[in-house]
Design a protein around this ligand. Structure first.
Ligand code: GLN
Ligand code: ZN
Length: 767
């Protein structure tokens, strides 16, 4: 039975690649130094897999920045705006072009914007979006894939090169010219793929992995046909290739027949996300095809349950025989941290909880173990069963009171006392706000000084009293400052928060944190997600002291600031022993208690941020409704305990609302603030068409740029908003929090924003 790994993390266990890249960008390290680090990392990864006994070890899964960008360079998919740079460079293979495409280029008289970045399917990894335009000449520009195969070979390791398949590559990208069609682009790209595959074959590659995750997404029939034609053409041109088509993140579903028609030698399927697909796949798998079973989770950090995996493996072995079955992780291990052995501080991660976990390196051993057990060597089974048993019954995880509270939830917990129009009237009486009230989204600039304060508290170099004094001073200063700007609804500034999820996770029961559990988010940026391991419970108020202190300083309403249940779930590693919905309801109850405590403490405007609702959408549309239902329900549970004249805000910072607007409305927040300034209020049309009933703050100030927006442009955005929505419902605010900005530009921008609101008020009075 062969063992397979679709891909491995590449940032290095100590984030060596991040550091090497950043030093190279800053000009403090040479290109050779960076290349040396990269070679060492590749070697370490290959050797780790070899030592673990993996048969199909990936190569070309390494990337300096992003594997989709690598494919752009490999195929010559270089956006037209990089031409002037390309002409100046000695070689198009230079890393200068590569990093310019990733990060933009503002040097030597050139000013070229970077390629756009977006999330890789439903992960938190961001890829660079290929741009297809009419100027491109597709050709095999970079031989990275072949070079890395040879590099491994010279170390005595025979690897399986990994590339992104032509259809997935095209579907991930954006077609920039309307005259271009997928079909003709494919015609142009295919010869490049053939060249690349031939080069790999000539270099001695045997198995080649072609990632086609789109085969697990919703596809139209025309794309099915393109899949079949494309792979038939590859097969005819290079008949001797051994191709593994890799699918992941969902079931093949209605694309199964297409996948099984491809003239390839092996298929990889994700059995963590979609174990139910195995039986059908086995029934229909053509005789010549091998099957790679993705049984080890590549998206989470829990130990594999060998008994569950073995049930799947045995089913496959019985149906198609041992020599056609491979054991694998479900997807690339890119989305998991490197090595659990690096977690040595038991104060941070207790021995018991650590014992339930497996990071990438441990997952390699799980894959190898499973192959051993499935072929009769049971040595590692007992220990795994014992760990699973211990976890199943651990009182650390299971809190009967929390489960009982979730079980007792009903519609009454998710319903406000009165409908919106009644609440709106009570709130107007209670707050007496002007038309076009102004507010901000929560955070204010996080200066080095503020960040240092938090770091010092963590290290214990300042006392808790001193920390509190100094954060309070920062709050007091911002309250005064907001009053001087004449903002209407104030915020405390979130100075005490490192991150909007971590801050809550650190205070709730059921969460743990690691010291080295880094996962690549994009390029050199890594994140260390909190881990939800058990029933979530709030044991004490988390924000009340800060918010009530801030409220005590002003007569204006002070907005309490919380992170919503779906966002907390979405940005953490989550439990795999209960449905995501159940975990979300537990978090919702914790937030609900915080909302109630804030209300009791006199905070009458409470914002519950849910920026991750959209990205939590399942990949397949058929699963959207079920998700949206519990996501909306969780938000409502979190906020619905309050009185009519307590105003609930929510905030979301993205622009695609069209297809989920009814769910947004169903959340029934009194006020929603959204990102709109870049799209020139385009997005508001969806709200207008839907006749969205509640109040909306369409962002008028783009906080992603240091630029100060003028009064005129913001008031014209507000003008535009008033043609689409009733003036009574419009708020005035930036697109998102201001923590990445600096004070001078923030002050000027907010001054202008308030002036724009004042202008809009008088415009309404005149009309
Ligand atoms: N309240 C948060 C802030 O202002 C919201 C951040 C977000 O939407 N991502 O920073
Ligand atoms: Zn935001």
């Amino acid at each position: 039975m062969l063992t397979n790994v679709p891909g491995y993390p590449r940032i290095g266990s100590g984030r060596e690649l991040k550091k090497a890249n950043e030093a190279y960008w800053a000009g403090t390290a040479s290109l050779e130094k960076l290349q040396l680090t990269a070679r060492q990392l590749r070697r370490q990864n290959w050797e780790a897999m070899q030592q673990a006994g993996i048969d199909l070890i990936p190569s070309n899964d390494f990337s300096y920045y992003d594997q989709v960008l690598d494919m752009c360079l490999m195929t010559g998919t270089i956006p037209a705006r990089f031409k002037p740079l390309l002409e100046r460079l000695a070689s198009p293979q230079s890393l200068e072009l590569y990093f310019a495409m990733a990060r933009g280029y503002q040097k030597n008289g050139l000013d070229i914007t970077a390629m756009e970045m977006t999330k890789w399917f439903d992960t938190n990894y961001h890829y660079l979006v290929p741009e297809f335009d009419t100027t491109q000449q597709y050709r095999l520009l970079s031989h990275k894939c072949v070079e890395e195969f040879r590099e491994a070979k010279s170390l005595g390791i025979h690897t399986k090169p990994v590339i992104i398949g032509p259809l997935t590559f095209l579907l991930l990208g954006k077609i920039k010219d309307h005259s271009l069609h997928l079909h003709s682009l494919l015609e142009q790209l295919l010869p490049v793929y053939l060249q690349l595959l031939t080069a790999l074959q000539e270099a001695g590659a045997t198995w080649i992995q072609i990632d086609e995750p789109y085969l697990a997404m919703d596809l139209n029939p025309a794309i099915h046909q393109l899949y079949i034609n494309t792979y038939n053409r590859i097969h005819q041109a290079i008949p001797g290739l051994q191709l593994l088509i890799a699918t992941y993140f969902d079931a093949l579903g209605d694309n199964l027949a297409t996948a099984l028609q491809l003239p390839v030698q092996a298929l990889h399927i994700d059995l963590v996300r979609a174990p139910q697909q195995l039986t059908t796949v086995l029934q229909q798998l053509p005789a010549g095809m091998q099957l790679s079973l993705g049984v080890v989770d590549g998206r989470n950090i829990w130990k594999n349950d060998y008994q569950l995996s073995l049930a799947l493996i045995n089913e496959a072995v019985q149906a198609i025989g041992q020599d056609r079955v491979w054991i694998s992780s479900a997807c690339s291990l890119l989305h998991t941290p490197y090595d659990l052995d690096l977690e040595q501080d038991e104060q941070v991660l207790t021995r018991e909880i650590k014992h339930w976990m497996a990071f990438a390196k441990q997952k390699l051993h799980e894959i190898a173990d499973l192959a051993q057990i499935a072929t009769g060597n049971n040595t590692s089974l007992a220990a795994n069963m014992a760990a699973m048993q211990a976890k199943q019954h651990s009182p650390l995880i299971h809190k009967p009171a929390v489960k009982a509270r979730v079980a007792a939830l009903d519609e009454s917990h998710a319903t406000r006392k009165s409908p919106f129009h009644v609440r709106q009237e009570s709130q107007e009486v209670a707050f007496q706000l002007p038309l076009f009230p102004t507010t901000t989204i929560g955070s204010f600039p996080q200066t080095a000084e503020i960040r240092q304060l938090r770091a010092q508290l963590k290290k214990g170099t300042i006392s808790s009293e001193e920390y509190h004094q100094r954060i309070k001073a920062a709050i007091a200063e911002t309250v005064k400052w907001q009053e001087s700007l004449h903002l209407d609804v104030l915020v405390h500034g979130e100075f005490e928060r490192n991150d909007m999820v971590e801050y809550f996770g650190e205070q709730l029961e059921g969460f743990v944190f690691t010291q080295n559990g880094w996962v690549q988010s994009y390029g050199s940026r890594c994140v260390k997600p909190p881990i939800i391991y058990g029933d979530v419970q709030r044991t004490h108020p988390m924000t009340v002291a800060w918010s009530s202190y801030a409220q005590s300083l002003t007569k204006k309403p002070m907005k309490g600031m919380l992170t919503g249940p779906v966002t907390i779930l979405q940005w953490s590693f989550v439990r795999n022993d209960q449905p995501r919905a159940d975990t979300t309801f537990q978090i919702a109850l914790a937030i609900r208690d915080e909302v109630s405590d804030l209300e009791k403490a006199g905070i009458r405007v409470i914002q519950v941020d849910e920026p991750a609702v959209r990205e939590g959408l399942p990949l397949r549309r058929a699963n959207w409704d079920a998700y949206l239902q519990w996501a909306v329900q969780a938000f409502r549970i979190a906020v619905c305990s309050v009185l009519d004249d307590t105003q609930i805000h929510t905030h979301m910072c993205y622009a695609e609302f069209n297809d989920i607007i009814d769910s947004i409305a169903a959340m029934d927040a009194d006020v929603i603030t959204i990102e709109t300034s870049r799209s020139q209020m385009e997005l508001l049309e969806a709200f207008a068409r839907f006749k969205y009933p509640n109040e909306i703050g369409p962002g008028v100030y783009d906080i992603h740029s240091p630029r100060v927006p003028t009064v005129e442009e913001m008031s014209s955005l507000l003008q535009k908003a008033s043609t689409l929505l009733p003036a009574r419902n419009i708020w005035v605010n930036p697109d998102c929090g201001l923590k990445t900005r600096n004070w001078p530009e923030t002050e000027q921008s907010l001054r202008n924003m308030v002036a724009a609101a004042v202008q809009s008020r008088s415009a309404v009075l005149v009309n």
